[in-house]
Design a protein around this ligand. Sequence first.
Ligand code: HMG
Ligand code: MG
Length: 296
Amino acid sequence: MQEVTLVEVGLRDGLQNEATPLSTAMKRELAERLIAAGVKEMEVTSFVHPRWIPQLADAVDFACSLPERSDVCYRALVPNRKGLERALATPIDEYAVFLSASESHNRKNINKGIAETYPVLEEVVKEALHQGKRVRGYVSTVFGCPYEGDVSVGQTVEICERLLKMGVYEISLGDTIGVATPIQVKEKLKTLTRHVPPERLAGHFHDTRGTALVNAYVALEEGITTLDSAFGGMGGCPYAPGAAGNAATEDMVYMLEGMGIDTGIDLDALCEASLLAEKALGKPLPSKVLQSFSAT
Ligand code: HMG
Ligand code: MG
């Protein structure tokens, strides 16, 4: 059976969109619980401007407080040189650079046009690789933009090629506002994988309209074996109006294990971590599997 890598993005994508900021100590407790549940690939924070994302303003302190684990890969977003300097002062293992397939979202999110973003990312990737870090790339709004609507697949192909040339090892394709539908995902991936091998791609589906899991399934059918998800189903980009949570890790694990794919994640322990997050955030989280766990 196919192997799948799940990248847990809840502590980053999840918390960046929450009204209630969590303390560094609570984030650490959640990280410990995720590790205890078997999570091995964990995006924990972003070295972005604290004014832009106040929920992750403690990025350096939090990253430095994480348990030392040689079997866990800690990841974080790095937008520019200043972010890289902050990241390099921490033990984060792997970085991710990011931009959008649509000009308007790129401007709203990182305050630059796409063309102006390339040299910034080039510098970050070059220096990060020089420092011995692996670098992932994200492309947002691949399946639709909150400001421009449809986004051409050609634009995504062009950005992916630029990112690969810079030296990123993988590109995560973001359905930032959760508008994608399965046939659209299939068609876009068929075009994309003519230019970028599926082993170099990952799926990052938000669940705004309830299609994240089925889109993830279609991505698997198209040969993608790395999927992003957030515990409890938290998530969303504050600079993409209407964006809701990521595919929930609980729901993803349930689906994958049901397909005979071993995720290495203990579902009950994961649900316990999400229950703690619900308590800390003071609200229920959307994962369906979590809801059924809570009801039993
Ligand atoms: P800017 O204001 O254009 O930055 O922000 P600047 O380069 O003009 O610098 C202005 C000041 O900010 C300077 O300080 C810099 O030092 C400082 P001054 O000299 O005036 O005192 N500065 C920083 N400070 C701390 N950390 C930094 C940093 N950079 C500059 N890294 C910037 C540009 C990119 C920083 C800003 O727009 C930003 O932080 N944006 C981040 C937005 C964000 O995090 N969005 C969510 C993540 S993306 C996402 O969720 C999508 C994804 O999940 C996939 C999907 O779902 O599609 C990945
Ligand atoms: Mg996202």
